[in-house]
Ligand binder design. Structure first.
Ligand SMILES: Cc1cc2nc3c(=O)[nH]c(=O)nc-3n(C[C@H](O)[C@H](O)[C@H](O)COP(=O)(O)OP(=O)(O)OC[C@H]3O[C@@H](n4cnc5c(N)ncnc54)[C@H](O)[C@@H]3O)c2cc1C
Length: 560
């Protein structure tokens, strides 16, 4: 199929959070994208509330973080209670995380996150095409075709080069690609409401309550007027095949919640009440030819740790620039396999960690639950005293610890600093000078070449470096370039003046052997490549990988 025979280059199926951000980032990557959604209207369900630091960092790069913050509530602590007694918890203030501008968890309804993305997408010129259900999907060597059915039952087709299946846990894209989705269902059911809570505790902290086989959750949403409460449902079962769950009365939830928290609580003014059952399933592949899976279509798991939506958004951030590189700049199709290679291990790790957390907190009964309560009461107060607990906990929950250091598409030059983010690791934020920090500089979901010189540069020297950087960005217009340096004259239009050592220390630019270092940072904010010294030819060779038909041999040369 020639390009002119296509209705668009990429079709995104599903306008949940994953599909919306995928379409947005594809558009920003210069791809001709369409997005279809079977629901006639945007969701009003609050669903995912916990927005993690990595998601906010991505939103900042898209210029949307301020809107998220203006519509959410930040929480800095997850407090654990056993049989009504506070036993410890994770505090993000104690995690010492200066590398992110968002050292907290933002509570914002999924419907709000989706609204912000829908508006941004529209501003980019892409409207969600609603009331269109993808029913059949085919692919061959020339392209892919989706058959769509509208509300009236009429069908139409869209021809495209690739399809992104962001169509949730019952994905038709996954089915059409014949990708296995194995796993199971947790035995526990939950009752859930977004409502007003009158109780003796405050409305600022995320709280987990354990009491034998009962578990309760409290999430702060909008001060004392609106909170999310969940409690184990010990009285009814859920039919996974039923189109709507059994109706739920708020008094039933209030009773279950009070029994799990061992405190009096009055629930009222519900805006959303439902029964909820968690599943754990993983797609065996994230790519099958022209079909890709992202978000819940690729992985579903327990709500422990608030990771579901956040992980879907990072899937999309990983995939969009790769599709852009292949479609716009003729990068090798192999780069698209790298989406599976990098994200599938993340999905697997997520299932393991959220599964363990969920089983420990909510999956016990009988003597095991009594031992869990006793162990939590004894050990949590001790363990949570150590700063390491908070650092590690927040590192995992915020998704800042995710690394692609084993990826084939990242590399280091012949020499590199022993400190600073390694190839495949997330580029950290740090203050550069009084007016600018690193994430402001890297904004815009694009590649960035960042040259650091801790060695003071004369204006002549900085001019020469700037010329070399300009030659690179002239050749690779998809990348931005920056020179961060100490300058001999204080101000130099060729470079960004660093007025302290922080930015150099953070990126491993020391004052002796590694005093000049170059980093190439990907649109999703991971280090693609770095080396000691200003060898811009080596950087050019590596960049070609993302701009032309790179082969394994070329990658080898770039790495040398
Ligand atoms: C009750 C509840 C509470 C939750 N709480 C949390 C939480 O606190 N934290 C958290 O991180 N996660 C939570 N989650 C999970 C979170 O909501 C999901 O991880 C997230 O919605 C996944 O986004 P997605 O875009 O991948 O899929 P979805 O949100 O499922 O979106 C998929 C979209 O595709 C559309 N679609 C499906 N099939 C087709 C088709 N054939 N054609 C066209 N369109 C189609 C659907 O209508 C839907 O809009 C919760 C989920 C539930 C149900």
């Amino acid at each position: 199929m020639s390009n002119s025979a296509l209705d668009c280059e990429v079709l995104v199926v599903g306008a949940g959070p994953t599909g919306l951000i995928a379409a947005d980032l594809l558009k920003r990557s210069g791809v001709d994208v369409r997005i279809v959604e079977m629901r006639a209207e945007a969701t009003r369900e609050s669903r995912a509330f916990a927005v993690q630091a990595r998601t906010l960092e991505l939103m900042q790069s898209m210029g949307l973080a301020d809107q998220m913050l203006a519509n959410g509530v930040m929480t800095t602590a997850v407090q654990m209670h056993v049989q009504g007694k506070f036993v410890g918890g994770m505090n993000t203030d104690r995690a010492n995380a200066p590398d992110t501008p968002f050292p907290y968890i933002l509570m914002i309804a999924q419907s709000e996150t989706e609204r912000i993305l829908i508006e941004d997408l529209a501003a980019l010129g892409v409207e969600v095409e609603r009331g269109l259900e993808a029913t059949e999907l085919h692919q061959d060597a020339d392209g892919a075709v989706a058959t769509l059915r509208d509300d009236a039952g009429a069908t139409s087709t869209i021809r495209c080069a690739y399809i992104v299946g962001a169509d949730g846990s019952r994905s038709v894209v996954r089915e059409a690609a014949n990708i296995d989705f194995s796993g199971g269902t947790y035995a526990q059911n939950f009752l859930l409401a977004d409502c007003k809570v009158d109780w003796p505790l405050d409305h600022h902290h995320f709280r987990v309550f354990m009491n034998g086989r009962r578990t309760g959750l409290f999430l702060p949403l909008g001060g004392s007027n609106l909170s999310r409460v969940m409690a184990t449902d010990l009285t009814s079962d859920i039919d996974d095949n039923a189109s709507t769950p059994l109706p739920l009365d708020l008094t039933e939830l209030q009773d279950a919640f009070e029994k799990s928290i061992c405190l009096p609580a009055k629930l009222s003014d519900p805006i959303w009440v439902t029964r909820y059952r968690a599943h754990h399933r993983a797609a065996e592949k994230y790519r099958a030819g022209r079909f890709f899976l992202a978000g819940d279509a690729a992985h579903i798991h327990s709500p422990a740790g608030g990771q579901g939506m956040n992980t879907g958004l990072q899937d999309a951030a990983n995939l969009a620039w790769k599709l852009g590189a292949v479609l716009r700049r003729g990068a090798d199709d192999e780069l698209l396999d790298n989406y599976h290679d990098e994200r599938k291990p993340v999905g697997e790790m997520l299932l393991r960690t959220t599964g363990k957390l969920f089983t420990a907190a909510a999956g016990q009964s009988g003597w095991k639950a009594s031992i869990r309560d006793l162990a939590a009461k004894t050990f949590l107060p001790i363990v949570t005293r150590a700063s390491k607990f908070h650092r590690k906990g927040f590192g995992n929950v915020s998704e800042r610890n995710i690394s692609y250091d084993l990826s084939r598409y990242v590399g280091e030059g012949p020499r590199w600093p022993s400190e600073g983010p390694r190839a495949g690791e997330r580029a950290p934020n740090v203050r550069i000078n009084n007016d600018l920090d690193m994430f402001e500089l890297l904004k815009g979901y694009q590649f960035n070449i960042v040259a650091f010189s801790r060695l003071p540069l004369s204006s002549d020297e900085s001019g020469k470096v700037r010329e070399r950087l300009k030659a690179l960005t002239d050749e690779f217009s998809f990348a931005g370039s920056h020179l961060i340096a100490r300058t001999a004259f204080g101000f130099d239009e060729n470079c960004i003046f660093a007025n302290g050592p922080d930015v150099f220390d953070c990126y491993g630019v020391d004052s002796a052997e590694n005093n000049q270092v170059v980093y190439l940072i990907r649109p999703d904010n991971y280090v693609a490549w770095r080396m000691t010294g200003f060898d811009f030819d080596a950087c050019r060779r590596f960049l070609k990988e993302f701009g032309a038909h790179a082969t394994s041999a070329q990658r080898q040369i770039a790495a040398e």
